[in-house]
Design a protein around this ligand. Structure first.
Ligand SMILES: [Cu+2]
Length: 88
């Protein structure tokens, strides 16, 4: 029983390290904006996977976040972008 619990704890720790960069649950990713629809922004990461993130007044936007822009995004587990910065 103890061994099983240890296994699950180890698996969870490994999983959280693989999926999140920060202990807070925020993710950071780099990618290219493929679509901007109202407050939803679609970003394609360097693996070609598309992520839809939500933006609002609390999202820290910097640079020109538009289609084709290379951006760095900080987002929560729920897909809310806390910061998007476009690079030149
Ligand atoms: Cu949101």
């Amino acid at each position: 029983m103890k061994k099983l619990i240890m296994f699950f704890v180890a698996a969870m720790v490994a999983f959280s390290f693989a999926t999140t960069t920060f202990a807070s649950g925020d993710h950071k990713m780099m990618g290219e904006v493929t679509k901007v629809e109202g407050d939803m922004v679609t970003i394609k990461d360097d693996k070609g996977k598309e992520h839809k993130v939500h933006t609002d007044k609390t999202t820290k936007m910097s640079g020109d976040v538009k289609q084709g822009a290379k951006v760095e995004v900080e987002m929560t587990d729920k897909g809310h972008a806390t910061a998007i910065s476009a690079k030149k």
